[in-house]
Design a protein around this ligand. Structure first.
Ligand SMILES: NC(=O)c1ccc[n+]([C@@H]2O[C@H](COP(=O)([O-])OP(=O)(O)OC[C@H]3O[C@@H](n4cnc5c(N)ncnc54)[C@H](OP(=O)(O)O)[C@@H]3O)[C@@H](O)[C@H]2O)c1
Length: 426
C-alpha cells in the first residue's frame, strides 16, 4: 500500500522515521507492505531530522488525492480549516483512505467526512486525535462493542493537567506553572486551546458521538477553562480533601446526553485525582462490562505515532469500517441537553470586605436561590481589611449558581469576581 504523509512537524517527522524503521514489523503483523511514496509539508527547505530527497517530495500535496498509485493519505498539518480540511475532503472524495490526528477537524467536520468515507468504502481513521497514545477510539469501536455506554469522562488534556498538578505540588501560581510547562515543551507558545477547555471539548465531542452512536453535537456543551484558578483555590481544595482537575464528562441521563468541560473538585482519594502531570485518563461506564479505565500519555510524537500506526495497520489489514461505529443511517440525532437542570454540589469562594453583616448577606443570596450551605469557612483572612468566604454547598441546580454568582458580583462588598467550582463524585 502506498502512503503519502502530509505534515512533517512534531508528529509527522516522528511517524515518518518510525515507519522507515519498522516496515518489516508492520509487514509481519499485517501481511502488507507500508511503502512511503511521497511526503509533503509547507517548505521543502526546512531543516528536518531525516534526509529528505527531492524524489520523495510532493510540491502540491493535493495532487496525491488524484494520483492512482496513492492508497493512504496521512494528514498531520492540523487545524479545522485551510489546507488540512481541503486535503482530507479531497482525499476521501477520491477514494483514498485517510488517517489523521487532527481533533479540531474531526470535531468540526467528522460527520460529513465519515459519510463520504462510508459512501466511497474507504477508511477514515482518527485514533491519534483523542488522547494521543491512549487507544480509546479503538476500545469503544471494537473492545467494548458489546456494551451500552452511559458515561465517558476523564482528564483529556495533558497541558492543563500538568499546570494544575504543578500548582498543587510546587505551589506555583498559574502563570508561573504555565511558563514552566512551556519551558519543558508541554505547552505550545500559544496554549489558549489547552487552557480554555477547547481542546478537551473537541475530544469530548468525538468521544460522545462514538460512545452514544449520535452525531457530533457542537451546541449544548459547557466549556470552562483553568485560567481563573489560583493558589488560594488550590490550598482550599487540599484543606477540604480534594484536588482540582480539568475534566471532560459526557453522560446519558433519561435518554438525554450532556457534555461538559470544566475544572472540578475531586475527592483526593479517587482514581482521577491521582492522574498527575501530562498523563491522561479516560473512564468508560458501560453495561454489562462496568467500569473500564485507560490511562497513558495523552500527547507527544511517540504516543501519537502509536495511535497512527494502529490506524495504519487497521487499513493495511483491509478492515474498512464505519468511522463512527455505525453507518450514518443508523446513527441517531440524539437529544442533547445543557447542564442547567443538573444538580451539583459546589465550592464557592467570595472575597469580601470584612464588614459586619457581609456573611449573612452572602448566605441570604444563596438561600434566595435555593442553594443551601453544607460547610462554611470564613478563612483565611486575605488581608487586615478583607476576608475570603469559602462555602461547600449541598446539591442545587446548575442554573441556581449562575443566579447566585450574578447577584454576588453586584454587591459592593465583593472585591473579586466570585468563583464557583463544581464538585464531582468521580
Ligand atoms: N503535538 C502533539 O502532541 C499532538 C498530539 C496529538 C495530535 N496532534 C495533532 O497532530 C497534528 C500535527 O501536529 P504537530 O504538533 O506535528 O504540528 P506541527 O509541528 O506544527 O507541524 C505541522 C506541519 O504541517 C505543515 N504545514 C503547515 N501548513 C501547511 C500547508 N499549508 N501545507 C502543507 N503543510 C503544511 C508544516 O510544514 P513545515 O514543517 O514545512 O513548516 C509542519 O510540517 C495536528 O492536527 C495536532 O492537533 C498533535
Amino acid at each position: 500500500m502506498n502512503i503519502v504523509i502530509v505534515g512533517l512537524g512534531n508528529i509527522g517527522s516522528y511517524f515518518y522515521n518510525y515507519l522507515k524503521k519498522n516496515k518489516n514489523n508492520i509487514f509481519n503483523k499485517t501481511n502488507t507492505n507500508p511503502n512511503i511514496l511521497f511526503v509533503s509539508a509547507k517548505s521543502f527547505g526546512k531543516k528536518r531530522n531525516f534526509p529528505l530527497s527531492k524524489k520523495m517530495w510532493l510540491k502540491n500535496h493535493l495532487s496525491a488525492t488524484k494520483n492512482k498509485n496513492v492508497d493512504i493519505i496521512v494528514e498531520l498539518i492540523g487545524g479545522a480549516e485551510g489546507p488540512a480540511k481541503r486535503l482530507v475532503f479531497e482525499a476521501l472524495k477520491n477514494k483514498k483512505h485517510v488517517i489523521t490526528a487532527n481533533k479540531a477537524l474531526v470535531a468540526k467536520y467528522g460527520d460529513q467526512l465519515s459519510m463520504i468515507a462510508e459512501k466511497n468504502k474507504v477508511n477514515f481513521e482518527f485514533e491519534g486525535a483523542v488522547c494521543g497514545g491512549i487507544p480509546i477510539i479503538r476500545t469503544i469501536k471494537e473492545g467494548l462493542i458489546a456494551n451500552n455506554i452511559n458515561k465517558i469522562y476523564g482528564i483529556l488534556n495533558g497541558t492543563s493537567n500538568y499546570i494544575l498538578s504543578s500548582m498543587d505540588r510546587d505551589k506555583l501560581e498559574y502563570k508561573d506553572s504555565l511558563s514552566k510547562a512551556q519551558k519543558l515543551g508541554y505547552a505550545e507558545s500559544n496554549p489558549e486551546a489547552d487552557i480554555n477547555g477547547d481542546d478537551v471539548a473537541s475530544k469530548l465531542k468525538i468521544l460522545t458521538a462514538l460512545a452514544f452512536n449520535s452525531f457530533i453535537n457542537n451546541k449544548s456543551i459547557l466549556v470552562e477553562g483553568i485560567k481563573d484558578i489560583d493558589q488560594v483555590d488550590i490550598n482550599n481544595s487540599n484543606k477540604l480533601g480534594y484536588k482540582i482537575k480539568l475534566v471532560g464528562v459526557a453522560e446519558l441521563i433519561k435518554n438525554k446526553i450532556t457534555q461538559r468541560v470544566h475544572p472540578a473538585f475531586i475527592k483526593e482519594k479517587s482514581y482521577i485525582a491521582k492522574i498527575d502531570g501530562v498523563l491522561n485518563a479516560v473512564i468508560v461506564e458501560s453495561n454489562p462490562v462496568g467500569k473500564t479505565v485507560l490511562q497513558g500519555e495523552g500527547a507527544g510524537p511517540g504516543p501519537t505515532t502509536s495511535s497512527l500506526v494502529s490506524d495504519l495497520c487497521s487499513v493495511l489489514r483491509g478492515n474498512v469500517k464505519f468511522p463512527f461505529v455505525l453507518s450514518a443511517k443508523k446513527r441517531k440525532f440524539a437529544a442533547f441537553e445543557s447542564i442547567n437542570n443538573k444538580n451539583f454540589s459546589t465550592y464557592l469562594r467570595v472575597d469580601v470586605k470584612d464588614h459586619h453583616g457581609v456573611l449573612s448577606d452572602v448566605t441570604n443570596v444563596l438561600a434566595k436561590n435555593k442553594v443551601s450551605v453544607k460547610r462554611l469557612i470564613q478563612n483565611p483572612t486575605i488581608s487586615k481589611k478583607n476576608a475570603s468566604i469559602v462555602i461547600i454547598t449541598h446539591e442545587a441546580k446548575s442554573s441556581s449558581y449562575t443566579k447566585v454568582l450574578f447577584m454576588l458580583k453586584k454587591k459592593k462588598y465583593v472585591i473579586n469576581t466570585p468563583k464557583m467550582i463544581r464538585i464531582e463524585n468521580i
